[in-house]
Design a protein around this ligand. Structure first.
Ligand code: BES
Ligand code: ZN
Ligand code: ZN
Length: 491
């Protein structure tokens, strides 16, 4: 998709189609030229409602307000409505709220995210045909916003939305086509394209590093595990961020086998790791002036004579012993070792892990929202705010000492499942916390993306399949961290 910016009014721009966003049902705005026709068509200007006036080559879409989220989903709805048409170019005017450019960013993100479709396995492709988009900055005139600033905003929005789509592609790929070694090759390809440094750890090195819990989860699969380490290290960077992702290329549940209905969609258990790859792509392309490390534990959880078992006791990289009572609680085992390895390799100012860790997170907060857990109130607040500004939904879940006791084991240091059905997202987070060194305690947050990572009923700017959850949230936070001072102690 090519974006072109102009200060010309819409009427002076040539293109196949004109798209008009109607804000808060305001048909009196001078962009709206077909008031009577729209009324006759029964168009009520609801959020994301579209009306294509084919003979006028004009598409109208409703947005509740000028807020980023409303503009983003309206733009996505507009581009989706054009999927089966033959239009190749469109023009659209941007609004501005008191001179701010966030509506422009949201609009571009919505157009790119909304036009996404995954058609790798379809014999007959039906990709969105819109190639050229001209954006009129007509409304900007009264606010003296420079075209250079607007074009920088568009450039960033494109990078972020493309990185989200890159993550969606990886997650949507089937487990037979995307297994740990393939994830590692994707990371290597990304490094080659962007200048990131890439180190891949294979089983021999993983054994040397004593990543025995990760290796145990991987054992029954014919696909050997990989740990990926990508680095973005610009000169003079003053902050270091570590990202860790759960990359279960398939989660059958292992010997604690998932019921048939729950196994479908478990190709999406690599969403956390895929998000880390997408974030690293955006960080490199934006050349953010901070050091960012991306670690991914890429593993397949399968059954077989060689499988790890309930009743096993495993020794994690940090020396803690773990009683296995359910092999379907495998993500925390993989993350335990990758988190330990990441902390050994990098002393970071912040560590964030992304994982489709628990069904309990979905039960707790719903399909649209990520759960955020951390020992630091400040870090939780930073993440929730960044998420909401980025177009993602996230909410904090608090740890407590009573739930912590439920993962105690009679025979080992800790158990991989809780002794209660309730609070499963939190007990999983508290399990991970056991693998965070003291010096990183207040610098770490766990983001459970099990709800929003995979979309079964399209919502907002997300079509069916992977949403790319985590990418926009984290890029937004990283952009903010560039401009804030690091404090010695988080609280
Ligand atoms: N990958 C799943 C969690 C999941 C569930 C992700 C639904 C996306 C949608 C994870 O490995 C898992 O199976 N967790 C178990 C933990 C339980 C055994 C304590 C779960 O949530 O049921
Ligand atoms: Zn599982
Ligand atoms: Zn899993």
């Amino acid at each position: 998709m090519n974006f072109e910016l102009t200060i010309l009014p819409l009427s002076d721009i040539r293109s196949d189609l004109e798209v008009i966003i109607i804000i808060n049902k305001n048909l009196k705005h001078h962009f709206v030229q077909d008031k009577k026709l729209l009324k006759r068509a029964g168009f009520s200007c609801e959020q994301d409602e579209t009306c294509l006036l084919i003979e006028k080559n004009r598409l109208y879409v409703g947005a509740q307000s000028l807020k980023g989220a409303a503009i983003r989903t309206a733009a996505a709805a507009a581009i989706k409505a054009l999927k089966d048409t033959q239009y190749k170019s469109l023009k659209i005017a941007t609004y501005t709220n008191k001179g701010c450019t966030y509506t422009l960013r949201a609009m571009v993100e919505g157009l790119i995210l909304g036009s996404y479709s995954f058609e790798t396995y379809k014999s007959k492709k039906n990709k969105n045909k819109i190639k050229d988009i001209t954006i009129s900055l007509e409304e900007y005139k009264q606010h003296k916003i420079k075209i250079e600033k607007a074009s920088f905003v568009i450039h960033k929005a494109q990078i972020i939305a493309d990185a989200t789509n890159f993550t969606r592609d990886i997650v949507n790929t089937t487990p037979d086509d995307c297994y740990p070694d393939v994830m590692a090759s994707i990371a290597e390809g990304l490094a080659e394209d962007t200048g990131l440094k890439c180190n891949i750890l294979k089983p021999k090195k993983l054994r040397k590093e004593k990543m025995e819990t990760l290796l145990a989860v991987a054992r029954a699969s014919r696909h050997k595990p990989r740990v990926i380490h990508l680095t973005h290290k610009p000169k003079g960077a003053k902050k270091i961020i570590t990202l860790v992702g759960k990359g279960l290329t398939y989660d059958s549940g292992g010997l604690s086998l998932k019921p048939a209905d729950y196994m479908v969609t478990m190709k999406s258990d690599k969403s956390g790791g895929s998000a880390v790859l997408g974030i690293m792509k955006a960080v490199a392309e934006m050349n953010l002036p901070i050091e960012v490390h991306g670690f991914v534990g890429a593993v397949e959880n399968m059954i077989g004579g060689d499988a790890y078992k309930p009743d096993d006791v495993l020794v994690a990289k940090n020396g803690k012993t773990i009683e296995i009572r359910n092999t379907d609680a495998e993500g925390r085992l993989v993350l335990a070792d990758v988190l330990s390895y990441a902390q050994q390799e990098v002393k970071a100012d912040y560590i964030f892990d992304f994982a489709t860790l628990t069904g309990a997170s979905v039960v707790a907060v719903g399909h649209y929202t990520s759960s955020i857990m951390s020992h630091s109130k400040k870090v939780k607040k930073l993440l929730v705010k960044a998420a909401n500004q980025s177009g993602e939904l996230a909410t904090a879940l608090d740890f407590n000492p009573y739930l912590k006791k439920t993962i105690k084991s009679e025979i080992a240091d800790i158990c991989n499942i809780s002794n209660t059905r309730y609070g499963g997202a939190i007990t999983a987070g508290q399990f991970l916390s056991e693998f965070i060194d003291k010096k990183h305690t207040n610098k770490w947050a766990h983001i459970d993306i099990a709800g929003p990572a995979f979309v079964e009923h399209p919502w907002g700017e997300n079509p069916h399949g992977a949403s790319g959850a985590g990418v926009r949230l984290m890029v937004k936070l990283l952009e903010k961290l560039v401009n804030t001072k690091t404090e010695k102690k988080g609280k």
